[in-house]
Design a protein around this ligand. Structure first.
Ligand code: HEM
Length: 346
């Protein structure tokens, strides 16, 4: 166990939210599979079950990969622009809403509801956010009734016919799946775009190189996903005694798999704290691994590459207009709340 750690706030403190990567290195150097002397899940999620479970934090690339693969462990114009509010935030919602089949006139309302659904709850917003979540479910339910009567070529209509006449999907399955897509693809893609632009803002040479050779864009996106992973940590529960990284994790343990820690493991990535857009291709953990590998990875990659290509086309150079602000509410997500960038020289 690591000395000096008494509660989750010793791990997920101010310093961590500003720059989590030195902490991941410290934990990994101590042990890539580190036993914690407190229950991470309890302190973070206010869950009331598994209160006597062992808690582990996994920050080694190999150990993260093994844990994820082990199914038994499963349970705009020139000038200064805030890239988060102007681009990274609205884009993924618009894409998913259009994909599902939400008509353009309903998009502003839909965006308000979906923002409420992904927002981290505060005492002031919890009640109204819950009401907006219910309104979103009702809206999708009503859309579904219309599509059942009059199918179109959108995604919801495809889901209606997906199981054929033998095993059609039920209303609740279609509604939950549409809501899942919205939740899983919204904030994550927002943070890929903003983390990518945050890194680019300090690297004029990288911007020039990408502008000169657009075939480098996919590599830069993969490196951004590795370097500043939008999903930092997710939990698994062991359903049986499980060997991991030389430890025996008892059944019922909480295992916090730090994808972002694995992605900075020097044993797997040379010079891991440097952003190298031409780094040799290697599987990273940002989209997970194994049977829960991200369903939306191709869409997220496509959205980021279209945004980057378009911005490179328009602007010969970019620079930081003011310091970026990182969110400090969730240890699961690495994201920015503001990213003022000067777009010049169109
Ligand atoms: C940069 C953007 C994204 C990142 C970093 C990301 C990350 C992840 C990760 C790490 C997982 C695995 C969770 C686990 O191990 O349990 C996952 C699963 C998933 N993602 Fe994404 N995601 C992104 C975008 C999207 C988009 C755009 C969609 C849909 C439109 C989406 C839909 C899903 C779904 C449905 C799953 C669950 C898959 C399953 O459990 O079988 N994601 N994502």
């Amino acid at each position: 166990m690591m000395a000096g750690l008494a509660s989750a706030t010793d791990v997920f403190n101010e310093e961590f939210f500003e720059d989590p990567y030195p902490s991941y290195h410290r934990f990994r150097n101590q042990d890539p599979v580190l036993q914690l002397p407190f229950n991470l899940q309890l302190e973070q999620a206010q869950e009331t079950y598994h209160d006597d479970a062992d808690s582990w934090l996994v920050t080694g690339f190999d150990a993260c990969s093994e844990a994820l693969r082990n199914h038994q462990v499963d349970t705009a114009g020139d000038g200064a622009v805030d890239v988060v509010s102007a681009l990274a935030e609205p884009l993924p919602i618009l894409v998913i809403a259009s994909l599902i089949g939400v008509p353009p006139e309903d998009l502003p309302q839909f965006k308000e509801w979906s923002d409420a659904m992904v927002a981290l709850p505060t005492p002031e917003t919890i009640t109204s956010n819950r009401a907006k979540t219910l309104a979103m479910h009702d809206y999708i339910g009503a859309m579904l009734s219309v599509r059942r009567a009059e199918p179109t070529d959108d995604f919801m209509s495809t889901l209606i016919t997906a199981g054929g006449s033998d095993e059609p999907l039920e209303d609740w399955e279609i509604t939950s799946f549409c809501v899942l897509l919205l939740l899983a693809g919204n904030e994550t893609t927002r943070n890929l775009v903003s983390c990518l632009m945050n890194v680019a803002a300090d690297r004029p040479d990288t911007w020039r190189a990408l502008r000169d050779d657009r075939s480098l864009i996919p590599g830069a996106i993969e490196e951004s996903l590795r370097f500043d992973s939008p999903v930092q940590i997710l939990n698994r529960w062991t359903t049986e005694d499980t060997a991991l990284g030389g430890h025996l994790l008892p059944a019922g343990s909480n295992v916090a798999v730090a994808y972002a820690g694995g992605n900075r493991d020097p044993e797997s990535f040379a010079d891991p704290d440097r952003f190298l857009f031409d780094r040799p291709a290697k599987q990273h953990l940002a989209f997970g691994l194994g049977i829960h590998f991200c369903l939306g990875a191709p869409l997220a990659r496509l959205e980021a590459s279209v945004v980057l290509d378009e911005l490179l086309e328009r602007y010969p150079s970019i620079s930081r207009a003011a310091p970026a602000q990182f969110q400090r509410m969730s240890r699961v997500i690495r994201g920015l709340t503001a990213l003022p960038i000067d777009f010049t020289g169109r």
